[in-house]
Design a protein around this ligand. Structure first.
Ligand code: G6P
Ligand code: MG
Length: 228
């Protein structure tokens, strides 16, 4: 692992890292799965994290053995329906939806002159950042519509470093999804997994929740790995 002192930038996932919007994504997909007659499981909920809208729908259909049952047009209609459900859940969201400690963490990064970028697969991320009052911190964003491959492919996190003018090894990526941790690792950045360490076992550093994510704790964890 690189030394903490080499780090110059942080590449953030949004849903489930900065805000608890992954819960809303889950609820909206659960609603659609019920409508399609697909059994909702914890495994499915975890597999969908970090995955693009259409790929998520494909995973749900596959889980129910229905991957060949719908035309592209019908699938687009269902994906749009999920998004409408999701946006409804977001309607009254404000900065109270920022996950514990993340507002302070982001402010501390700015204070210490680290560069920040956003590597979210969500087409709703500009709206979400605006509602959370965090848009000014994330002027460097990857537009998911310009990606050839979704997470777990490294493309989005590689671009997250590129837009900052940094080498991957100078960046830390933060993720709550297994697919996202794989993307960070594939891009050659240091991965911080936030959530169940068993699910995120591929991360270089693990924190069980966002309140533990501080510069100090990241430095300690990186120093510890280096010494062992
Ligand atoms: C993020 C979330 C996923 C979501 C994806 C696409 O990666 O973790 O749950 O499916 O973005 O979001 P969108 O808002 O474009 O449907
Ligand atoms: Mg996420």
């Amino acid at each position: 692992m690189v030394k903490f002192e080499q780090i110059k930038g942080f590449v953030f996932d949004l849903d489930g890292v900065i805000a608890d919007t992954s819960v809303y994504h889950g609820k909206a997909w659960h609603q659609l799965a019920d409508e399609l007659g697909v059994t909702w499981t914890e495994q499915l909920a975890n597999d969908l994290k970090g995955v693009s809208r259409m790929d998520s729908l494909e995973l749900i259909l596959k889980a129910g053995g229905k991957e060949n049952d719908y035309t592209l047009e019908e699938k687009e209609k269902y994906a749009a329906e999920k998004n409408t459900n999701y946006l409804n859940l977001l309607k009254d969201m404000d900065k109270s939806a920022i996950l514990p400690g993340m507002a302070d963490f982001i402010a501390s990064l700015e204070e210490h002159d680290y560069k920040l970028s956003l590597a979210s697969a969500s087409k709703n991320s500009p709206l979400v950042l605006e509602q959370l009052g965090l848009a000014q911190y994330f002027k460097n964003r990857i537009d998911p519509a310009t990606l050839k491959h979704g997470k777990p492919d490294p493309e989005i996190f590689a671009r997250g470093a590129e837009v900052l003018g940094l080498k991957p090894e100078e960046c830390i990526g933060l993720e709550d999804a297994s697919a996202g941790v794989k993307s960070i690792n594939g891009a050659g950045e240091t991965s911080v997994g936030i959530g169940d360490p068993e699910i995120l076992h591929e991360a270089d550093i693990n924190f069980t929740d966002t309140s533990q994510v501080t510069l100090d704790n990241i430095k300690k964890a990186m120093d510890k790995v280096e010494m062992s």
